[in-house]
Design a protein around this ligand. Structure first.
Ligand code: IPE
Ligand code: IPE
Ligand code: MG
Length: 250
């Protein structure tokens, strides 16, 4: 992916959107606080968050996003109260059952990254069905991270290296296998975190080596197409250097 130049035109002329396939990753945070602020149980925030997922997926391809990785459940989230964990798993299962047909219709290929061995077997089968049904989708690759820990994945890939000298591409391939990634995907271009916190929380640590970071105070259930567009436009105003000095530099 080529670096983007900082645009200096007037604010009324936003930069053209890049169309060659961004990888955007989102830490969908703030569901609990959104609900608490409304006097609702935290699970109501997760329910509202599922709607924001739908809006985001619909908006993504129009913004030049070709790979979208959503952080739905971290390996550390198992430490939450059992009721909340059960609700999150149920919502994810329902999402797969309800939206697979829609994904097929809209050319969305859905894959799930993370560990599978700790998921309920019924959920595992639903994941496999959704992945098989949407395999031909070529408009957007939607990756949902469930029971995902970047550090665990890196450790598993490192164990597979077993002392052999390997290059970055080979390591990335092993890392992909460690998270059930079917094939290598491009590094993350833009990482968005909603909910106001400014941390990575063990998400895509390797893949975000040169990601542009975008933090917003918007709580995830309030996130919509306009927020995604604002983040992508901000990304296009940034100058990515990848450690180099640009030819245009004086
Ligand atoms: C993100 O929202 C959803 C998951 C982590 C599953 P949170 O549940 O973390 O919401 P806050 O951060 O407590 O508001
Ligand atoms: C990160 O959010 C995980 C997901 C959004 C799925 P958390 O709310 O679990 O992260 P911390 O605890 O604030 O770092
Ligand atoms: Mg949180």
């Amino acid at each position: 992916m080529k670096g983007t130049q900082r645009k200096s035109g007037p604010a009324s002329q936003p930069p053209a959107l890049k169309q060659d396939g961004l990888h955007v990753a989102i830490i969908m945070d703030g569901n609990g606080r959104w609900a608490t602020a409304r006097g609702l149980p935290r699970v109501a925030g997760h329910q509202a968050g599922a709607e924001a997922v739908r809006r985001t997926i619909e908006a993504a391809p129009k913004l030049g996003i070709r790979t979208l990785t959503l952080y739905a459940f971290s390996s550390d989230n198992w430490h939450r109260p059992p009721d909340e964990v059960a609700t999150l798993m149920k919502l994810f299962h329902e999402y797969l059952e309800r939206h697979t047909a829609e994904c097929v219709k809209h050319g969305i290929r859905l894959t799930v990254i993370g560990r599978r061995d700790r998921l309920d077997p019924k959920l595992r089968r639903a994941i496999e069905r959704a992945e098989a049904a949407t395999a031909a989708g070529d408009r957007l690759h939607l990756r949902i991270a469930v029971d995902y820990s970047a550090r665990d994945a890196i450790v598993r890939a490192a164990c597979r290296v077993n002392g052999r000298p390997v290059g970055r591409a080979e390591f990335a391939r092993l890392l992909g296998e460690a998270i059930h990634g079917r094939e290598p995907v491009p590094d993350v271009d833009l990482l968005i975190r909603t909910g106001g916190e400014q941390r990575l929380s063990d998400f895509l640590l390797w893949e975000c080596a040169y990601a542009e970071l975008y933090f917003t105070n918007r709580m995830w259930p309030d996130f919509g197409a306009q927020d995604l567009e604002a983040a992508v436009r901000d990304f296009h105003r940034r100058e990515r250097r990848f450690g180099r000095v640009l030819a245009s530099a004086g």
